[in-house]
Write a protein that binds this ligand. Structure first.
Ligand code: ATP
Ligand code: MG
Length: 258
């Protein structure tokens, strides 16, 4: 069998599909440029390694269930001066993730809470961590159903396994007793084990009302905030930065979320 064919067979047997696909091009280039054997092999394997890395990131990104793909580079810090950029850059180092600390984004609608949480999830995924995004409402209804069907422990694993769990929109909808209990269980189980990124339109003082019970709210906050960073955002909604849209909102009965 000719050597080239054998090479293709070997690469296929080793499931090095990307290297297999570029073999001829790399052989040709190596001959033309009179490259050292080691450099040729290095280049060829690099193609395979890079392709696998991209594939792994794509898979983990799909598994993260992000609502949209927005990065830190796409975030305009100048628009939201109440955010200390240095604080976000520190979060970007992902040290909090190594330490299993939490991050809480507080602020009114449209100020970038979800955007920043999503952007940090993308950073985490690109650094090799797993992330999972869920709204507080979906989380509690999913786990509530699991509890009714006596399979809460098994279902909880979905929310315990990822290194970073993003819980979005805490506080827009109040939780009932069962919801509050489930939330408490989850926060306790992740405590000092895996990071929670949480976004909320409610300040901590209002959490008693969200959980319908100040005692459980305190117990949750105690665990959530023990090792945590709070990013408190005050300012205008980015969704309404177009002054004509902002004008629409000044009529109190209109609420334009577009
Ligand atoms: N400073 C910013 N720079 C660039 N885009 C921004 C900025 N702030 C918000 N956005 C964009 O505006 C939209 C709304 O932001 P985001 O989803 O983060 O709002 P939010 O704070 O989570 O609001 P809500 O509480 O209503 O969910 C998104 O498309 C987001 O990418
Ligand atoms: Mg949001």
């Amino acid at each position: 069998m000719p050597t080239l064919e054998r090479l293709h067979n070997h690469l296929e047997a080793l499931t090095l599909a990307e290297a297999d696909a570029v073999l001829e091009a790399h052989l040709e280039r190596a001959a033309q440029e009179d490259r050292a054997y080691a450099d040729f092999l290095d280049d060829l394997l690099e193609v395979e390694v890079a392709a696998r890395r991209t594939r792994r990131i794509r898979t983990r990104l799909n598994m993260a269930h992000l609502p949209y793909h927005k990065t830190l580079a796409q975030f305009d810090f100048a628009f939201q001066p109440s955010i200390e950029e240095r604080q976000v850059r520190e979060l970007q180092t992902l040290r909090f993730l190594h330490d299993a600390h939490n991050v809480i984004f507080l602020g009114p609608p449209g100020v970038g809470k979800t955007h920043l949480a999503v952007a940090l999830a993308i950073e985490a995924v690109e650094a090799g961590f797993s992330a999972y995004f869920v709204t507080a409402h979906d989380l509690v209804s999913d786990l509530g159903q699991a509890a009714r069907e006596n399979r809460l422990d098994r279902r909880l694993r979905i929310y315990l396994a990822p290194k970073m769990l993003i819980i979005d929109e805490m506080g827009y909808l109040p939780l009932d007793d069962v919801g509050a209990t489930i939330f408490f269980q989850l926060v306790s189980a992740r405590y000092e084990r895996g990071s929670i990124l949480l976004t909320s339109n409610k300040s901590y003082g209002d959490w008693g009302a969200v959980f319908g019970d100040p005692i459980i709210a305190t117990a949750i906050l105690d665990r959530l905030l023990h090792h945590s960073t709070t990013v408190n955002i005050r300012g205008e909604s980015y969704r309404l930065k177009d002054p004509r849209k902002a004008g629409l909102l000044s009529a109190p009965e209109r609420k334009d979320e577009g």
